[in-house]
Write a protein that binds this ligand. Sequence first.
Ligand code: NAD
Ligand code: UGA
Length: 456
Amino acid sequence: MTNILCIGAGFVGGPTMAVIAQQCPEHRVVVVDVNAEKIAAWQSNELPIYEPGLDELVRATRGRNLFFTTEIERSIAEADIIFVSVNTPTKTFGQGAGKAADLQYWEATARRIAECATTPKIVVEKSTLPVRTAEAMERILSSNDKGLEFDVISNPEFMAEGTAVRDMQHPDRVLVGGRPTPSGQRAVQKIVDIFAHWVPQERILTTNLWSAELAKLTANAFLAQRVSSINAIAGLCEMTGADVTEVAHAIGRDSRIGPRFLAASIGFGGSCFEKDILNLVYLCESHGLPEVAAYWEQVVAMNAYQQTRFVSKMITAMFNTVANKRIALFGAAFKAHTSDTRQSPALAVCRRLLQERARVVLSDPHALASARAALGDLADDVTFEPDPRVAARGAHAIAVLTEWPEFAALDYGALHRSMVHPAFIFDGRNVLDHHALHALGFNVYAVGRPPLTHFS
Ligand code: NAD
Ligand code: UGA
């Protein structure tokens, strides 16, 4: 039996460890966090995050070989392998503010490990970190006065929210980076052995430490770049009569380009794309590569533009004012199948509409509590309504901001009858049947398609 510990019981720590516990019944897996409320939620029937399949997984493993606790010191002392999956947000103060990764939680964890360890350990970077962070981790750990040896491994996580459990059970690849020394390679092999319980060998890639760290930032930058690229083309489609869905389909059939991550939208959100690209930008600037930094920064700028452009389109379409108009926003989560609203473009749209003094009604099947918390004081100006049919009643417009299947399944004829006319619909995810909506009487505005209106 190996004692596996994960520090950080968030979106990554909880689900990853639940999957390891499921796939490696002979190992003992413990998850700790400084946030006692979160740990209490992991121990309860109301898990702190919503992920399809997660409830069942936790129910099957918790108390068997998966444990959640706030006893950090004891858990560190007992562990053989420690995964660190604490948050690494964008720094909001001082040097690098707005771009660099804030490493204070990560460093506090490294120091805690050095302080509480009584035996040698493998420490695994699961958090997304700037390239060469492992070096700093090694220095902090090796400065312990107990003569203990630590091996630091990079094992970045590639799962996406909403499909976390499936992504971890069937990953495209698992990446394990380590030092080329005998001890480093033994540590790499121990981590590979864990994943080999369920991941085919050819999908487990081993690299040097810096490649593993940088591959994670690069993967997110490339994925976000695809979204910004198709959104840039969406703007041109709206001006020219081309349809972005057809353009995306046509280019995606080229096997060199591929079909995924080409859905035009109101922009990408989530806790990582923007933060990781800005981190990459900061790294490039720090390494004297300003042109490379500017290249990647444009991916983020295009994303912000896409959100602004969407709201401007709403205002222009609705006779240049939305003040005092009831607007039903369908979706608060940054994507479907998650309760997460971090960096959600839906909330960016919501904030802008509030600035325009619209009466915003927000509906989402799983993310209303998170949206309320994220909006802070602005939440007082928003009506939170779980039923989208009630949200649309008496509204001038509906804007679809998250691609929850529930929204596409609604009876739009009935919604149209309950709304103020002329009724508008803005499909920020291109998930509705626009011609059918137009036939029902809606004025329809999509992303990357010319509008369908009843105005001459
Ligand atoms: P999160 O905020 O959901 O969870 C992080 C947890 O770490 C929090 O519960 C926090 O209380 C805890 N923590 C902070 N400092 C601590 C300390 N000193 N001791 C113990 N616990 C501490 O974050 P997340 O979304 O799980 O992301 C974690 C890391 O994984 C980040 O680096 C992120 O970039 C990366 N990542 C996230 C995703 C994702 O989809 N969310 C995917 C891949 C990688
Ligand atoms: C993303 C990556 O996909 C994961 O591999 C990575 O591990 C993770 O970031 C991370 O490091 O945190 P995630 O942000 O959870 O995962 O979700 P995605 O499916 O990547 O979606 C990100 C955003 O892009 C969402 O707002 C989504 O709606 C948007 N998107 C995605 C589009 O607008 N169009 C697309 O075609 C695809």
